[in-house]
Design a binder for this molecule. Structure first.
Ligand code: FBP
Length: 549
């Protein structure tokens, strides 16, 4: 296959491992752990894997010769830059344990594990994918791995291939399922270890012990580059307001990081909208006020960053979506028979009065998008809802009212963008290339240590990669009980933007100035070769979180 010049140069990049992982390691046990909440319930659900100690790797002085190990790997959920490096790190790690170790990739996500679709990942295949973006080495999928039958079916192929360890690379839901699988295999004495790796561009799989999920760094740098380019265009022509929606299903970490990097005129943070109990109209009015204030200074241009999940955080919309989810689940068959032109009225007739009013007030397109199919985890597919158009349309209407009241005298011309898929498969930044390789290599050491139900953990990430700390965190430690599909289930707690956290506080202290004055920053493209301050900087989110500790 033809390769670009950069692809060829990147293939030769050797990710920098934490120094501790460059030699043989011993696992040092910390104190027994507890789940973040609902300790008794989680303990009862995970009798074999609850309360395990945190593990930290240290250099070993003596080592026993390693035995060959066969390992399976699954990529689960949305793509995130660096997945190939997790796999190449894992490959190199198990080969270091013993040269006869073998790695098998299950194809197209957890579905490949259940359906026995796999391929052996050999050195020439791995070499093709080192330091590249995407998940195309084995593909990914969103099949939920949660039923005993799936676990038993998967075990058949593990036995056939003599696989004794499975690495699941995924987000909070996939790692929750990794913990359930680890518990099940332990309970039935299957002799299979399960190790998780923290993946998602959304940045919402993090906590006191997992500093960030991989892919967040690269994806936010790609989006920030393009936002910066738009801002430069916008400041040159001075005639458009750009409404830019950014991926990140639920939490606003991506929007916040991009705002810190580019200093737009407006950035909405969903968690703040919810905390302040704002309505959609409140959000619109705030933007319109900023447009009007800038127009007074002759600036009829600007940028607005909108997190993908905004709609679900507006309290009235949240209530509506919850009722819609139940309604569409309960009346799925009946609803499928309703003619498209009648669907809106059908929904209005079946909702409670309060929610029916909110639903009826929505523009046709948004109402329709809210009634579309859910993903396999039961989530509204927020990436399909065109919030950027909804907001600009409503801001336009509000400005017309303000003009009539003599409060606005400017020009408002809006353009729309959605950045999501553009960043999910980008070649990993040096940070993600190193972090992912270390996560995979470290997973091999966890396998060698004989543990199960752990997440690969690499910490101290604001320091140069050689100083990173490696080890393992029991997944049950990150869990609490939450209502899912009407039942209480153990799940990894999702990390939302903390309004008392350092990244949000930094943003909040500067946004009024960014709104009125034009303070754009232009981050430019990701750099792979050059000085460390240009090539190896972590995200500002990570930096400020560390400073705030
Ligand atoms: P994960 O949580 O699986 O990492 O996926 C994240 C994400 O990119 C979200 O930001 C986005 O809402 C969603 O996936 C889009 O899903 P799909 O890839 O199925 O279109």
């Amino acid at each position: 296959m033809k390769k670009s010049a950069l692809q060829k140069a990147r293939a030769a990049y050797q990710p920098k491992l934490p120094i501790v992982l460059t030699s043989a390691v011993k696992a040092v046990e910390g104190r027994p752990t507890q789940s973040v909440a609902n300790q008794e319930e989680i303990k009862a659900l995970f009798p074999n894997t609850y309360g395990l100690p945190e593990l930290k790797f240290e250099k070993a002085t003596t080592t026993a010769p390693g035995k060959p190990v066969n390992v399976g790997v699954i990529l689960s959920g949305g793509q995130a830059p660096g997945g190939h490096n997790v796999i190449s790190g894992l490959f190199d790690g198990i080969k270091k344990i013993h040269r006869d170790s073998r790695l098998y990739g299950f194809l197209m996500g957890p579905g490949g594990f259940v359906d026995h679709k796999y391929m052996e990942l050999t050195a020439p295949i791995i070499d093709e994918f080192r330091n590249t973006g995407g998940f195309d080495i084995i593909g990914s999928g969103r099949t939920k791995l949660e039923k005993k039958e799936q676990f038993d079916k998967g075990l058949e192929i593990l036995r056939e291939l003599n696989i004794t360890a499975l690495v699941i690379i995924g987000g909070d839901d996939s790692n929750t399922n990794a913990a359930i699988l680890a518990e099940y295999y332990k309970a039935i004495n299957a002799g299979v270890q399960v190790i998780g790796c923290p993946k998602t561009i959304d940045g919402d799989l993090k906590n006191d012990v997992i500093e960030t999920s991989f892919g967040f760094d690269t994806a936010t740098k790609v989006y920030s580059e393009v936002i910066g380019n738009i801002q430069r265009d916008c400041n040159s022509a001075k005639k458009y307001w750009h409404f830019i929606k950014l991926m990140g299903r639920s939490a606003s970490h991506i929007a916040l990081e991009c705002a810190l990097q580019t200093q737009p005129n407006v950035c909405i943070i969903s968690e703040e909208v919810e905390a302040k109990n704002l309505s959609l109209q409140d959000v619109v009015n705030n933007i319109a006020d900023i447009v009007a204030a800038r127009a007074k200074n002759g600036n009829n241009f600007g940028t607005v960053l909108i997190p993908e999940g905004l709609i679900e955080f507006i309290p009235a919309m949240k209530k509506l979506i919850a009722e819609l989810n139940d309604l569409l689940a309960a009346k799925a068959e009946e609803f499928a028979k309703v003619a498209p032109a009648q669907q809106r009225q059908y929904i209005i007739d079946h909702l409670s009065k309060e929610n029916a009013e909110v639903y009826a007030s929505l523009p046709e397109g948004v109402a329709r998008q809210l009634s579309l199919d859910r993903d396999p985890h039961g989530n509204v597919q927020v990436s399909l809802i065109e919030t950027e158009k909804l907001l600009s349309e409503m801001v336009g209407k509000r400005l017309a009212e303000m003009r009539a009241e003599g409060k606005y005298d400017g020009k408002f011309s809006a353009l729309h963008h959605f950045f999501g898929y553009e960043g999910r498969c980008a070649d990993p930044s040096n940070f993600d290339a190193d972090y992912c390789y270390a996560l995979g290599y470290n997973a091999a050491d966890l396998i060698n240590a004989g543990v199960t139900g752990y997440m690969s953990s690499v910490r101290n990430l604001v320091k140069p990669s050689v100083q990173w700390i490696a080890g393992g965190i029991p997944i049950t430690m990150m869990m609490n009980m939450e209502r899912r599909h009407g039942e209480m289930k153990p799940v990894i707690q999702k990390a939302l933007v903390r309004l008392d956290g350092a990244p949000f506080q930094r943003f909040a202290s500067q946004r009024d100035e960014w709104a009125i004055n034009t303070c754009y920053v232009y981050p430019g493209p990701i750099q792979y070769f050059g000085p460390a301050e240009v090539c190896d900087q972590p995200t500002l989110t990570l930096k400020y979180e560390h400073e705030g500790k």
